[in-house]
Design a protein around this ligand. Structure first.
Ligand SMILES: Cc1cc2nc3c(=O)[nH]c(=O)nc-3n(C[C@H](O)[C@H](O)[C@H](O)COP(=O)(O)OP(=O)(O)OC[C@H]3O[C@@H](n4cnc5c(N)ncnc54)[C@H](O)[C@@H]3O)c2cc1C
Length: 399
């Protein structure tokens, strides 16, 4: 079996064995120079591992692949359909400054230092990811849209993209959730004469000056939108399905482990994951305390229907609105994996660690329990460890 540049799998396995010795830590500027990329995209059609997505999860995976002896562009490729480095962070609204994000963990091997908390997180993290990709020579290919992943006749996976098809032995899927905003359906939604938008389209509070805005959703985005909109909007109304749970005090390791374990449990049973944030509760910081005291965060239960000019509850109470802002979260962006039939009857993909139970060549990193920056880091390492084992078991080294 040959890879794109004629490296046989057994040779690769030898390399992997060599790399199983204690690793040199890769340091920016102290890594072997990557092989020159003079080939056009269309010449490289086989890889040992394809990584889809270059957010926190994909870059962490690529780092660990590189660190354990896989060469970018020879043994693995990273494909991403966004225009620039930064994963989904590049699309987040400018008023989401770096100081407002909570618990952003650095990627492995390179700290994010001296970030200005007043700068938009999209800029700070975009620039950091850019530095990171260059420092470790990860050679992310963008914009490359992965359209479908299929099983091919020779026991490999075929990754169909906007830039041609790659054949691979293993896949790390790290496509996040940003591309699949979730819009719940309510009766009368299509009759609403005002504007409806999702968090994914929110660009800051200024455009809502003088408007009456209903914000739907009890997560961190919903509360952040409300706190930002209050000084601009004519009125805001906050509705959530369940009463929000605020978390007092620091979110310690024990609480983190518990939250992750709860998401993990669902995923193991083949149910669609809830976001880690949904089980951690909302941090009760100073801004939130003030919002609660001012009545900006005065939560109403979910309305029953949407009318042309607002929303209406079952008891006949109405609120007039110009805008409904759906801060209702995201789902895992996995449509391109549909041909692999990984989904369980419960609607989720069963994973053990990061490995899809239905197909051990496929790893989901940043999915379910690893859908946080710290989780994505750990999951990248564990997926690579597992894939190394799988590839060396599949192809014993020739004597
Ligand atoms: C508003 C908001 C704030 C958040 N704040 C925090 C926080 O403070 N701390 C924290 O830990 N977490 C936070 N999170 C969660 C955070 O997004 C994750 O922790 C982490 O950044 C996700 O990384 P990821 O690599 O899994 O996904 P992403 O960053 O979404 O990266 C996925 C990448 O995959 C690419 N992609 C998707 N589909 C395809 C395809 N078919 N073909 C090719 N490429 C594709 C995308 O272009 C993207 O670059 C926040 C989430 C949101 C929505």
């Amino acid at each position: 079996m040959k890879t794109g540049r004629g490296t046989s799998a057994s040779v690769l396995t030898c390399e992997l064995r060599r790399e199983l010795r204690p690793h040199r830590r890769l340091r920016p500027g102290k890594i072997p120079a990557p092989s020159p990329v003079s080939r056009s995209v269309n010449e490289l059609r086989e890889a040992e591992v394809v990584v889809i997505g270059a957010g926190q999860a994909g870059l962490s995976s690529a780092y660990h692949l590189r660190r354990t002896g896989f060469e970018p562009d020879r043994d693995f490729v990273v494909l991403d359909h966004s225009p620039a480095p930064g994963g989904a962070w590049q699309f987040r609204w400018p008023s989401l400054t770096y100081g407002k994000v909570h618990g952003m963990h650095a990627l492995p091997g390179m700290e994010l230092t001296d970030a200005d908390p007043a700068r938009p997180s999209a800029e700070v993290i975009g620039a950091y990811f850019d530095r990171y990709e260059r420092a470790f020579g990860l050679r992310v290919r963008r914009p490359v849209d992965v359209l479908a992943v299929r099983q091919d006749d020779g026991g490999r996976l075929s990754v169909e993209t906007s830039a041609g098809t790659w054949s691979t032995r293993a896949l790390i899927n790290a496509t996040g959730t940003w591309d699949r905003p979730f819009w719940p359906r309510y009766p009368g939604q299509e009759t609403f004469l005002g504007r409806q938008l999702h968090t994914a389209q929110y660009a800051g509070p200024e455009e809502f000056a003088g408007k009456r805005v209903v914000v739907v959703g009890g997560g961190a985005s919903g509360t952040q939108h409300l706190l930002e909109l209050a000084p601009y909007a004519a009125a805001t109304t906050w509705v959530t399905r369940r009463p929000p749970v605020f978390r007092e005090g620091p979110f310690d390791q024990e609480a983190g482990r518990e939250a992750v374990a709860r998401v993990e449990e669902r995923v193991r049973r083949g149910l669609p994951p809830r976001s880690v944030v949904s089980v951690t509760g909302l941090p009760l910081n100073d801004a939130v305390r003030q919002g609660l005291a001012d009545g900006v965060l005065d939560r109403q239960p979910m309305f029953e229907r949407i009318t042309p000019d607002g929303v209406e509850w079952s008891d006949g109470r109405r609120v007039a609105a110009d805008v409904i802002l759906w801060a209702t979260g995201f789902r895992a962006a996995l449509d391109h994996l549909t041909p692999l039939r990984l989904r369980e009857p419960g609607g989720g993909i069963r994973v053990e660690g990061t490995r899809a139970v239905a197909d051990p060549r496929v790893h989901l990193v940043g999915y379910g329990p690893s859908a946080s920056t710290v989780g994505a880091n750990r999951a990248g390492r564990s997926a690579v460890r597992d894939i190394r084992r799988l590839l060396s078991e599949e192809q014993p080294v020739a004597a």
